[in-house]
Design a protein. Structure first.
Length: 224
């Protein structure tokens, strides 16, 4: 006796959220995404069909395999994944779940998707991102991108959010989020400035201590 899962026929395709890395083709003519886990080796476009990452010939998603696109129901759950160190350079995608899908407690595993909105987080320094810049890694034929502010670009290859939107095509919308939130009344830039000031003061004290030590060794300072 085979277990038959209940079938759903929603009036509208479900919406889900996921994170991914933005990528740019090596010739600069196409933009897309790559997954953060199993599907990381297979870049995909705004509208894409899933395939088995293990090279098996069954259609994705398959009940006895973990292939297929993955997303979660809740936007906050997807945003939480951006907090981990290995995912800090990812972007948040709002997707429409198309084709066959398997529902689980937190989200969907499905056959086809359309990326509707790309939310680009702030630069690693905390300033608002003005571009997606070369992240220093890639896939064959694709360059990985990371959100970057104007000050952190430093001549790296980059595309603006508007250019990425145009290159990705198929009606996707790219939205750059605001700068990092303040902590105890101070933003990231202010905290960085405070840290730099403290480091400068520490350096000055170290120089003074070194000079006093040299005077003591020459007998010009008694220490009392």
């Amino acid at each position: 006796m085979r277990l038959r899962l209940p079938e759903e026929r929603p009036a509208e395709p479900p919406t889900g959220y996921k994170i991914a890395y933005p990528v740019l083709s090596s010739d600069g003519t196409r933009a897309g995404f790559t997954g953060v886990s199993l599907g990381g080796a297979l870049p995909y476009g705004v509208v894409a069909d899933a395939s088995c990452v293990y090279g098996l010939r069954h259609p994705a998603p398959h009940r006895r395999c973990d292939c297929g696109f993955h997303c979660v129901h809740d936007r906050a759950a997807a945003e939480g994944l951006l907090c981990t160190a290995e995912h800090r350079g990812a972007v948040l995608l709002e997707v429409t779940v198309l084709g066959r899908y398997l529902r689980f407690e937190l989200g969907f595993r499905y056959a086809r998707q359309r990326v509707r909105v790309v939310s680009v987080p702030a630069c690693a320094c905390g300033a608002g991102a003005v571009a997606l810049a070369d992240a220093g890694w890639g896939r064959p034929g694709w360059v990985g991108l990371v959100p970057s502010c104007a000050g952190c670009l430093r001549g790296r290859r980059s595309v603006s959010p508007e250019s990425f939107e145009r290159l990705a095509g198929d009606g996707v919308r790219v939205v750059a989020e605001a700068a990092g939130a303040a902590v105890d009344g101070l933003g990231v830039r202010e905290l960085a400035a405070e840290a730099a000031l403290l480091q400068a003061r520490l350096d000055w004290f170290q120089v003074q201590l070194a000079e006093l030590g040299e005077l003591g060794e020459r007998g010009e300072w008694s220490g009392g």
